[in-house]
Design a protein around this ligand. Structure first.
Ligand code: THU
Length: 138
């Protein structure tokens, strides 16, 4: 079963309500669709020590992995900015670990959506587990 874009965005919007953002005020929600159709939500969780902040996408990945999911089909991300919120570099890397072919839907407050394929559009030539295998023996 594949969740439709509107359904996945609705889940990302739900997650966005939970964002803990006392410092930036920038609310982000993510909905990560697993291979079996399960959708796991995440929101950004900020910290008084700013760099300890966790983005919505990484919160969703951690929750999904903790629940036993490691194969993902798509993610919807919505931010409170006007245009689409695309995953930051660190989130792209974390998503790439599990799903180089992930479909990424980025949305913003204006309702517009942009769709990407992670390894093709957002992290070309990314460093993933296979590259480590290739380096063994050196
Ligand atoms: N943020 C996310 O949660 N995901 C992104 O893709 C971009 C940025 C969060 C981090 C921080 O809490 C706030 O947005 C402003 O950077």
């Amino acid at each position: 079963m594949t969740t439709d874009l509107e359904g996945l965005l609705a889940r990302a919007r739900d997650a966005q309500q939970q964002a803990y953002v006392p410092y930036s005020g920038f609310r982000v929600g993510a909905a990560l669709e697993c291979e079996d159709g399960t959708v796991v939500e995440g929101c950004n969780v900020e910290n008084a020590a700013y760099p300890a902040t966790i983005c919505a996408e990484r919160t969703a990945v951690a929750a999904a992995v903790a629940a036993g999911h490691r194969r993902f089909r798509a993610i919807a991300v919505i931010g409170s900015g006007e245009g689409p919120t695309t995953p930051c570099g660190m989130c792209r890397q974390v998503l790439f670990e599990f799903a180089p072919d992930l479909v990424v839907h980025a949305a913003g407050a204006d309702g517009g959506t942009a769709t990407y394929v992670l390894g093709r559009d957002l992290l070309p030539d990314g460093f993933g587990p296979r590259r480590l295998d290739a380096g063994q023996g050196h």
